[in-house]
Design a protein around this ligand. Sequence first.
Ligand code: AMP
Length: 366
Amino acid sequence: MTASAQVKLKPGDTIGILGGGQLGRMLALAAARLGLRCQVFSPDPDSPAFDVVQYATCAEYADVEALELFAADVDVITYEFENVPAATAMVLSARRPVLPNYKVLEISQDRLAEKDFVNGLGIATAPYADVASAAGLRAAIGTIGLPAVVKTRRFGYDGKGQAMLREGIDVDAAWADLETKSAILEGFVPFEREISVIAARGADGQVECFDVTENEHRDHILKYSHAPARIPETLAEEARSIATRIATALDYIGVLAVEMFVVPGKTGPTLLVNEIAPRVHNSGHWTLDGASVSQFEQHIRAIAGWPLAKPVRHGAVTMTNLIGDEINDYTRWLTVPGATVHLYGKGAARPGRKMGHVTQVTPPKL
Ligand code: AMP
């Protein structure tokens, strides 16, 4: 039995959360409902998650002494973002169970490792190639063709660290603009829609998937999620099966999100995996008000060693992100019938910053 399989929290126990953003905040709120405490570790004194927990550690991820004190205070450790430095996760996992296991981070922090892993399971992705120089990029374009998307292997999010390459592109300039030494080139996918599966896997290996979510982006940032996705049930089943296989292969404990493209084909639409997020995910926020259990509670249950819930959706759900100065409209949202408003308590409404979200549920007609 692994250390992780032995975690069995009791009400009153404490979960350590690495990262203090809105995901950490909503995890802590879900934990509180289940009688569990959270301590948040974040280097940012303005972390929105600090507002909802009694104990917080404000220190750098490389501060070993602070990490050791934090570990001593908590019973299990989890994270709300995937770019936790490997060294941080290693220091902590020597002292307390870190769930999901930090080896998952090694895969999801590197787009090349992630794509190799997914393909190794026999699950399709866009064609891709490793690129380490302008000459390498030229060679990859020769194999994969254009249009294509070049992405830094590490630290990309919300469209940052990537560029679309079209016919006639200046390859040297495109490579220089990326300011990296390691990237991948991906074939451009002419998708008909983007979907994601939020899956939870418990310590006993049980997997529960939420209904498939359809996602709409604006300027590379998620703007709307709709559940259920407008796809045939057979495809939805395949999407859930892909997420289940990924979670199982990673020996995952907690919630993960798998983003996929739905690609039109002669014999019907097919799926390509785009990305794995080893954490609760923005496209799962609809579950807070649109299902019998939220992604946050499922994650807490999983890492606590508690049984997972079987999620039941309450109707057709739309989640709208409030991005940047859209937050200024919150009083209007507060008066929209049926809307549930979530504000993250963040300070400056910088462009592109996720400030809150709204869920709207249309119950089925009785
Ligand atoms: P990512 O950071 O990989 O999740 O990419 C962000 C967004 O860029 C995706 O949600 C897609 O809308 C778009 N995108 C990424 N990769 C591709 C691709 N290979 N083909 C078409 N669109 C893509």
